[in-house]
Design a protein around this ligand. Structure first.
Ligand code: SER
Length: 889
């Protein structure tokens, strides 16, 4: 008997043999469709290929696609567990033709697979066709040789497939398997068709149209094929089972649940095991694709699925969280096909455990309240909406969980009353924020947040996605559209653009639609949870409600990722080298590099820096995977996480672990663990290289390191290398000798400068020898020697003044030198006269004449300067006059 894994493989191999390209499953969060909550069919990833908007290098493809049908148009959540064939998560096997083959070949391929390869007997197979599709009917007769009474014409939408309200669609033809007379039910189209005997196993859609809106249906450029076969259903048939939950795909999980709880898998509580098996699959795959539990959107659908599973675990008597313990059974079976499950296993387990731990705190009390209320209202009345709302608001019971509990008792909920209570609460929240000061200036964002909900960030998993415009803001006002040439702030329901937070800069990129081009220069976070795209409309008009293709600049984001991950490694390296007092004080992570501020009192020595850089690069080279987990802040800190930066998910935080503690013997401890909502590399090796560009002080006790990674670091090395080459060329010496050469040069230069200075003095004082002193005159009994020079630098004047002073013995020396039109002035006074005349006073008198502002020094020597070099004589005269006044005094 073939296992589920073997059947999946047989299907893909069969189509590969028939020239189909095996394409991997796309993620459960559809990147290319803002109208869909989750990928709900194999064709979703090919939507734009069918409509001709996107080209792929193949025209025939085959996939095994992960699907979730919960919370959207195709919602199976309520029935899961109670029926043989409903799932929230399932795999859809399919083959696709993009304008290549059409009906005939599709029917032929399908028939040969089920009949010849899978060996299903002709007697057990039925098909349906859309009532107007005579062509399909004729083909089934001709290719399969089926008698006419086994080809049923169906007039309803059952045989006209549409992905959603818009998108590619077309008539379809379904293959049914007859599970035999021991099961009740009639063939398709008969009054008993709802019975379980005849089961649809494969749907062949003849994609011919594109639904663009209500009543607006256009033909596709070329007719195409989209088929979907539920793996669980075909596995049931091929494994001789009637119930999908009896196939190995689900049975293994049911058994794991039975083993963990000690409750008979097939006893009266079988439903609970089935719910757990299904919900475990859906939750794990959703988490692996980047969805995390929250109170809105996709995250809330996940939370509902998780909590529904967790209530059933509770019913099975599980005292401790159960679902996370079943993850290994799932990854063992499906991990080889879906690697993302293996990659995300720690995140999946911790997210499940955390959710179940928290939900357990209120589950029992909520159930008690529910019991009391049901007892109180007695009779058959539905549970009042107010009570359902209290269960939701206080005890975390999603409405469908309450319904699920009541279903077991044949009771219902007043859902309208529940909605009304919900609206009342929202209105009150609105009043609360509308009144407060700071928030009032940002009121427009809170209003949008309130109406549209938080922006869903898809950028942990994808660089491109489609999003629907929920609001446009121009000049602080909400508007309906923005036109070419205008700047606007645009909010979408979902986006891959990271909005600046936690030190990481916002993404840049583009948004587009046919005839519309928008440049996004930045993304900012508003009202806590809105990603606001700072946009310029290059072409066309963007309107609220439009769907836009969003693409971040991936190269830029890669650099940002590398830089952000490097800040974590740097932080850890600094703590190891400098001590536990080092904590992050701020950071700015951009595309070209990053800066990291941290508490530390003194500059880092060269040796410290070298060690830190080496350690970070060692972590880069060991190239370990970067792991993300979800925890409560307390748990995260317990696990050694540092500093709370970045995003929060309610009371849960993302925890990033990277690198390996090389001092740890087992080598299992990560090098760095931090709380962070930013985007990071997949493996430390993606950082490429790390280098420090500089360090500085930003405030008392806070140092800053500027650094670069990857291409930025290599550019830095290249620049430094170029400079070094120029230097070695100039010295014509190998690099190692250059520092010695430079030191010798500087030494020599200092010596020469001294010599030059001495020579200048000699020259100015008459070329050496005695009698060089300038003629000194007497001013009121004080000898006054002056000198007017050209081009002698200010720093050489002192030596000269001293020399002249030495020659005249007692007296005052004033020397002015003019270079480039400006004057430098020094005054020296012999020690016996400093009581009478101060060099400082005299130099100030001279400097005033030169247009200068003061000057300074000591009573025996002072210097000054001034812009008016042509007033040198006046300056000397002013000094002479000042001596006269003071000497006379
Ligand atoms: N899109 C069709 C379905 O989901 C066939 O793949 O049934």
């Amino acid at each position: 008997m073939a296992s589920g894994n073997e059947i999946r493989k047989a299907f893909l191999d069969y189509f590969a043999r028939h020239q189909h390209t095996i394409v991997p499953s796309s993620p459960l969060v559809p990147a290319n469709d803002p109208t869909l909550l989750f990928t709900n069919a194999g064709m979703v990833q090919f939507k734009n290929v069918f409509t001709g908007m996107e080209k792929r290098p193949y025209t025939q493809a085959t996939t095994s696609q992960k699907c979730v049908r919960a919370g959207g148009k195709h919602n199976d959540l309520d029935n899961v567990g109670y029926t043989a064939r409903h799932h929230t998560f399932f795999e859809m096997l399919g083959n696709f033709s993009f304008g290549d083959y059409f009906k005939e070949r599709a029917i032929e391929l399908a028939w040969n697979l089920v009949h010849k390869e899978f060996g299903l007997s002709k007697d057990r197979l039925w098909v349906t066709v859309y009532h107007e599709d005579e062509e399909a009917l004729a083909l089934w007769k001709q290719i399969a040789g089926l008698p006419e009474d086994r080809i049923v014409k169906i007039a309803t939408s059952d045989n006209f497939w549409a992905m959603g309200d818009t998108g590619p669609c077309g008539p379809c033809s379904e293959i049914f398997f007859d599970h035999g007379p021991k099961i009740a039910g009639g063939p398709p189209g008969s009054p008993d068709a709802d019975g379980d005997r005849y089961i649809e196993i494969w749907n062949l859609v003849f994609m011919q149209y594109e639904q663009r809106g209500p009543g607006d249906r256009v033909p596709l450029p070329r007719p195409s094929i989209d088929t979907g076969m539920g793996l669980e259903r075909i596995a049931a048939v091929l494994q001789g089972r009637h119930d999908n939950y009896d196939t190995d795909l689900l049975r293994k999980l049911i058994e794991a649940s039975a083993q963990a709880t000690g409750v008979d898998p097939d006893g009266p509580q079988a439903v609970s095991h089935r719910v757990i098996a299904d919900h475990l699959r859906a939750s794990s795959f959703l988490i692996a694709d980047g969805v995390l539990p929250s109170n809105e959107g996709r995250g809330y659908v996940l939370r509902r699925i998780m909590r529904r599973g967790m209530r059933h675990a509770h019913m099975l008597g599980a005292r401790e969280p159960l679902m996370h313990r079943l993850v290994p059974a799932l990854t063992e079976m499906m991990g080889p096909t879906y690697q993302e499950l293996v990659r995300a296993e720690p995140l999946i387990r911790q997210t499940l455990e955390l959710e179940e731990t928290r939900f357990k705190e209120t589950l029992e009390r909520g159930l008690k309240l529910l019991d009391e209320e049901m007892g109180r209202i007695g009779t058959d009345a539905p549970l009042p909406g107010e009570v359902a709302f209290k269960l939701y608001d206080t005890f975390g019971f999603p409405i469908d969980l309450t319904q699920d509990v009541l279903r077991g008792r044949g009771r219902t909920v007043d859902t309208a009353g529940f909605e009304a209570a919900m609206q009342r609460q929202k209105a009150e929240a609105r009043k609360a924020w509308a009144g407060s000061g700071e928030q009032a200036t940002e009121a427009v964002w809170f209003e949008i947040r309130e109406e549209a909900g938080a922006t869903e960030f898809l950028g942990y998993e994808t660089d491109t996605a489609e999003g629907r415009v929920v609001a446009i803001v121009k000049g602080g006002q909400r508007v309906d559209e923005a036109k070419a040439g205008e700047d606007a702030l645009i909010v979408l329901g979902q986006t891959p653009f990271y909005a600046e937070s936690g030190g990481q800069t916002g993404d840049a990129g583009t948004m587009s639609a046919p005839g519309v081009k928008v440049t996004v220069s930045d993304a900012q976070k508003k009202a806590g949870e809105l990603h606001v795209h700072v946009s310029h409309i290059d072409q066309g008009t963007v309107r609220v409600g439009d769907a836009l293709a969003l693409a971040i600049d991936p190269a830029r984001r890669d650099c940002i990722r590398a830089n952000h991950s490097a800040t974590h490694l740097l932080h850890a390296a600094l703590r190891r080298r400098l001590g536990g007092h080092v904590t992050q004080k701020g950071s700015l992570v951009g595309a070209d590099g990053f800066r990291f501020d941290f508490s530390h009192p003194t500059p880092l020595s060269d040796a410290d820096l070298r060690t830190v850089v080496d350690e970070v690069n060692a972590q880069v080279r060991i190239n370990t995977p970067v792991e993300t987990r979800l925890m409560t802040p307390e748990k995260a800190i317990e696990a050694g996480a540092m500093a709370l930066f970045g995003e929060k998910y309610g009371d849960e935080v993302r925890v990033l672990a990277m690198g390996r503690d090389l001092t740890d013997d087992g080598g299992a401890k990560p090098y760095s663990v931090e709380l962070c909502g930013g985007t990071h590399v997949r493996r430390t090796g993606d950082i490429g290289a790390f280098t420090v560009l500089g360090q500085s002080a930003v405030a008392a006790g806070v140092r800053r390191i500027e650094a670069a990674t990857g291409a930025g670091a290599l550019q830095h090395f290249a620049r430094e290398h170029e400079v070094l080459q120029q230097i070695t060329r100039s010295f014509n010496a190998p690099a190692e000798e250059v520092p010695g050469r430079i030191a010798a040069l500087l030494d020599e230069r200092r010596k020469l400068e001294r010599e030059v200075s001495e020579l200048r003095v000699k020259l100015a004082t008459g070329g050496g020898g005695g009698g060089a002193a300038p003629a000194a005159r007497e001013v009121n009994g004080v000898r006054f020697a002056t000198r007017k020079l050209d081009g002698v630098p200010a720093k050489d004047l002192r030596g000269l003044a001293d020399a002249v002073k030495g020659e005249i013995g007692s007296g005052v020396v004033a020397i002015v030198s003019v270079s480039e039109g400006k004057a430098a002035l020094v005054v020296a006074v012999s020690d016996d006269l400093t009581g009478k005349v101060s060099a400082v006073d005299l130099v100030r008198a001279g400097s005033a004449a030169l247009g200068g502002k003061g000057g300074g020094g000591r009573p025996d020597f002072a210097q000054a300067g001034g812009p008016d070099g042509d007033k040198a004589e006046e300056a000397l005269a002013a000094i002479e006059q000042a001596i006269g006044q003071r000497a006379a005094a």
